[in-house]
Design a protein around this ligand. Structure first.
Ligand code: UD1
Ligand code: CA
Length: 429
């Protein structure tokens, strides 16, 4: 048997002050829960995952069904009586399960694949019955504190609201990630009590439950405490986004991408960028993208996801691109919108070119295809579905509504009228 995991995602997230489920809030257009599930999948150590849903259960379930395979299942917790109660919702499903169970929270998107792997490995190497992840924080406020005995072995976890003033001084906190020998610990879930400050069934109480029964309880302490940041408020959401972004930028720079100003550049972790590409200030790249080598992006460009470029591509200032493929040596240098499009190589998109890809009445999106060596003049509109064949030229200020054949010029400007002295005649009145 392989390891299974449980992800807690049923809580209301009151502190977010939102109508939406907390775990469906996004960083770079990817949900917090999505980060956790992708990290679990990337470890390739987990066979099956149960996500406990409750608050906004329908939204969260829909999100999982649409984006993940059926090795990610959902279980309903209603009402939500605490983190321990949440795990107990999976007890029936796992009754005969005879291996380790990893438990995580859906609101900790910064946890990395490397840490999860090391955590599980340490649990197995120590032959522990429970391993809990901990971190040492300068400001431990609001987290559960790890209480150790004089000999440093674990004793229990105390929540902030239940802690006395001495316990509140403790800087080692519970990261909310656990690995359990399921058969040995599963019984604890039916024995949890809710006689605490919040009247909830705390998952954290399985630590003292296990200590009392002489089981082996270990802590794995995080090297980088940023990874455990739990998102409970919009402030923490912004903080996590910033940490994640800086982590991504560091990785890109290590891979040979030039980032002129890391302070104003935002790039998602699901983007791949070739070396010697230069990213100028104030660029925002979200979602999944592949950008080639030796490209120049920005300043002030917005790449919204599902964008693929070849090498030596230029995406200049005030350009927005989504769901498009752009081949090598093509320039989209100024003030343009390119969506649902395929651009060949050596294409030049003039300033202010717009692909009109969306019909707001039918809500349909349609495709634009632009062949190699094609050109568009400034301020041209390509009304999709439309094609510009190889070498086609759309004149400045023109609106392309049908196919422009290879190496032809398409021009549909109104004829020029010149009214001599018209301005003067108005002024003289
Ligand atoms: C929890 C831990 C705390 C730890 C912190 C780490 C408990 C009692 N406390 O506190 O020791 O330091 O995480 O981030 O476990 N949830 C449910 N059902 C419920 C309640 C919560 O599924 O009935 C889910 C939430 O959606 C969330 C997770 O469990 O994803 C954690 O709940 P939250 O309320 O954020 O716990 P914390 O107060 O942060
Ligand atoms: Ca939390």
């Amino acid at each position: 048997m392989g390891i299974k995991s449980i992800v807690l995602a049923a809580g209301k997230g009151t502190r977010m002050k939102s109508e939406k489920s907390k775990v469906l809030h996004e960083i770079f257009d990817k949900t917090l829960l999505g980060y956790v599930l992708d990290t679990i999948n990337k470890t390739e150590m987990i066979d099956e995952t149960y996500v406990v849903v409750g608050h906004c259960a329908e939204q969260v379930t829909d999100f999982i069904k649409t984006n993940y395979n059926d090795n990610i299942k959902t279980v309903i917790q209603s009402p939500q009586l605490g983190t321990g109660h949440a795990v107990s919702m999976v007890c029936d499903e796992l009754d005969d399960f005879n291996d380790n169970v990893l438990i995580l929270c859906g609101d900790t998107p910064l946890i990395t694949e490397k840490t999860i792997k090391e955590f599980i490995t340490s649990h197995k190497d120590n032959k522990a019955d429970i391993t809990v992840m901990s971190a040492i924080l300068d400001n431990p406020k609001n987290y559960g504190r790890i209480i150790r005995n004089v000999d440093k072995t674990l004793n229990k976890i105390v929540e902030e609201k239940d802690a006395n003033s001495e316990e509140k001084q403790i800087q080692e906190v519970n990261a909310g990630i656990y690995c359990l020998n399921w058969q040995k610990i599963k019984k604890s879930f039916s024995e949890l009590k809710s006689n605490n400050a919040q009247g909830e069934y705390y998952l954290t109480d399985i630590i003292s439950w296990s200590v009392k029964r002489g089981l082996s309880v270990q802590a794995y302490t995080l090297e980088n405490s940023d990874e455990m940041l739990g998102i409970n408020s919009k402030m923490q959401l912004a903080e996590a986004a910033k940490i994640l972004n800086q982590r991504n930028l560091k990785k890109f720079m290590e891979q040979g991408v030039t980032i002129v100003d890391p302070a104003t550049t935002w790039i998602s972790e699901d983007t791949i960028i070739g070396n010697d590409t230069i990213i100028y200030p104030s660029v925002y790249i979200s979602g999944k993208n592949i950008i080639g080598s030796n490209c120049k992006i920005g300043p002030m460009a917005h790449i919204r996801g599902e964008v693929e470029t070849g090498d030596y591509v230029r995406i200049g200032n005030f350009v927005e691109i989504k769901k498009s493929k752009i081949k090598s040596h093509t320039n989209v240098s100024h003030l343009s919108y390119i969506g649902d499009s395929e651009l060949g190589e050596h294409v030049n998109i003039g300033a202010g070119t717009i692909t009109a890809n969306y019909n707001p009445i039918t809500k349909e999106k349609t495709q634009t295809k632009i062949g190699d060596y094609a050109n568009t003049g400034s301020n041209s509109v390509l009304v999709a579905p439309v094609e510009l064949e190889e070498g086609a030229f759309v004149a400045a200020g023109s609106v392309a509504t049908k196919k422009v054949s290879a190496w032809s010029l398409m021009i549909n400007r109104a004829p020029v009228k010149m009214l001599a002295d018209w301005v003067k005649s108005k002024l003289n009145k």
